[in-house]
Design a protein around this ligand. Structure first.
Ligand code: SF4
Ligand code: SF4
Ligand code: SF4
Length: 225
């Protein structure tokens, strides 16, 4: 299975949600992030599970701004509420993790999937994509898909060609009324995201894949009620 639209079933199959949040063992401070990646820009995003209400406004905004065809998604918010603790609603953002070591860019035979030289963001040149799906197979997070209209592979690129180009935050961040999403540069001392990471514990999704994902999750530590 290699399409984000089939992902809800797939993720449950690999236990994605169950290991995702609730452990601090992969917590990283902003200082550690900076030491990890050197001085180039390192854009990333924080998803704060303690604030997300599962409204889906981020999904809708992403689709609209990035012209994602109906029924397809660069991101979605998965409801991972424990059925035994239904009052403790838990949602998780699922999207490209913007890996520092990205197998998708490594395997692409045409370099259609590439890392932007200025921003370091993993993105696409759709004109060069031959639809071979190597990148989809290589992505351990299963978040790439073939756009039904462009017939090219696609991933969340933090709105590199749309909102970022216009000097705005990614569409999902703009749309979230609950401040559950924060975007910024890990290498910018003044970035709000770094101040947040200095005071909040965060985790990476499936760090065992070894790709160094750039999305951080602030987990809800509430016990079920
Ligand atoms: S817009 Fe914000 S609160 Fe709503 S689902 Fe997305 S991240 Fe959660
Ligand atoms: S999550 Fe997948 S598509 Fe995104 S950078 Fe990592 S390997 Fe590439
Ligand atoms: S589907 Fe497109 S982006 Fe993905 S590996 Fe093939 S040519 Fe590259």
């Amino acid at each position: 299975m290699s399409n984000i639209n089939n992902r809800r079933t797939f993720l449950k199959g690999i236990g994605f949600g169950s290991v995702l949040l609730g452990t601090m063992q992969y917590s990283l401070s902003a200082k550690e992030e900076q030491e990890n990646v050197g001085k180039k820009p390192h854009y990333g995003m924080i998803f704060d599970q303690t604030k997300c209400v599962g409204c889906s406004d981020c999904e809708i905004a992403c689709t609209k701004v990035n012209l994602v065809p109906k029924g397809q998604h660069r991101l979605y918010v998965d409801d991972q509420t424990d059925p035994l603790h239904v009052k403790d609603r838990r949602f998780v953002r699922i999207s490209c993790q913007q890996c520092e070591d990205s197998p998708c860019t490594e395997v692409c035979p045409t370099s259609a999937c590439y890392r932007d030289s200025i921003t370091n963001i993993v993105t696409m040149n759709t004109d060069d994509c031959i639809g071979c799906k190597y990148c989809i197979v290589a992505c351990p997070y299963d978040v790439r898909f073939i756009n039904n209209e462009t017939h090219a592979a696609e991933n969340c690129n933090f709105c590199l060609g749309t909102n970022l180009k216009d000097g705005k935050d990614p569409a999902c961040v703009e749309a979230c009324k609950y401040d559950a999403l924060v975007f910024g540069d890990f290498n910018d001392d003044k970035a709000y995201m770094n101040k947040l990471l200095n005071v909040k514990d965060s985790v990476r999704m499936k760090p065992g894949f070894g790709t160094k994902p750039s999305i951080r999750y602030i987990p809800s530590l509430k016990t079920g009620v």
